[in-house]
Design a protein around this ligand. Structure first.
Ligand code: ADE
Length: 229
């Protein structure tokens, strides 16, 4: 998978992609991420990428021309399965969206800033608008990093233990069960006996029941219509 990200603050994305799982995915050749500085596609001395909103009002609007130039240049190199705009008024990102996006070849992500982008960018180029939650960040970069991380870790081979993504919270519509590691007793507090039994079927059953219990307690909304309510 290849992900291109367009940003006016590319430095914000250096950290997330040079560490841990995402770096490993790049090294294994399973995913590559390139960040493009929108200012490189701006013209004039000022390299202007934003301007006042027509009709007035506070806040600047990202201009269509540099964005169109950047997207069109990138489209000459590859065909994108989705051109995504990160915005608080997009569809809320969740695990099922991550699963779907992890199966495509090429993604282009545009990070919004200021008061957002000229609506014509959205109308002409964007195929999917994503929000990571009902709050407003100062730009789409951190949201794009969240989305890229959630997608890339699902690509087969990226995680060492392939099954670990399958047992994540939300992957089967439930929260993950509690987990424990050594020591088996800490200050007199033990762990559920069954986990020490070595009995795989019983452990699976306990984990499933613990998942349902935890989901009932913390996110009963996830159980609606499942029969596990
Ligand atoms: N840009 C600003 N806030 C955002 C959010 N919540 N999700 C996605 N992009 C954003």
């Amino acid at each position: 998978m290849h992900i291109d990200i367009i940003s006016v603050v590319p430095g914000l994305l250096e950290g997330p992609f040079s560490h841990s799982i995402l770096k490993r995915a790049e090294e294994k050749g399973l995913a590559s991420v390139r960040v493009h500085n929108l200012r490189d596609y701006a013209t004039g001395k000022q390299k202007q990428v934003d301007d006042y909103a027509f009709g007035g009002g506070a806040g600047m609007v990202m201009m269509i021309e540099p964005i169109a130039r950047c997207i069109e240049a990138l489209q000459k190199e590859r065909t994108y399965d989705e051109i995504i705009y990160m915005t608080p008024d997009g569809d809320t990102f969740d695990q099922s969206m991550a699963n779907g996006l992890s199966q495509v070849e090429n993604l282009l992500i545009l990070c919004g800033h200021y008061k957002g982008v000229d609506q014509r960018v959205r109308d002409l180029f964007i195929t999917k608008e994503i929000s990571i939650g009902d709050f407003v960040l100062s730009g789409g970069e951190l949201a794009a990093a969240v989305v890229a991380d959630a997608i890339i870790r699902l690509i087969p081979g990226v995680l060492n233990d392939e099954t670990s993504a399958l047992t994540d919270s939300f992957q089967d519509g439930l929260l993950a069960p509690p987990v424990y590691t050594r020591p088996a007793e800490y200050n007199g507090i033990g762990i559920p006996e069954v986990l020490l039994s070595g009995h795989e079927a019983k452990i699976s059953e306990w984990r499933f029941e613990a998942s349902v219990r935890r989901t009932k307690e913390k996110r009963p909304d996830l159980l609606k219509g499942t029969g596990w309510e």
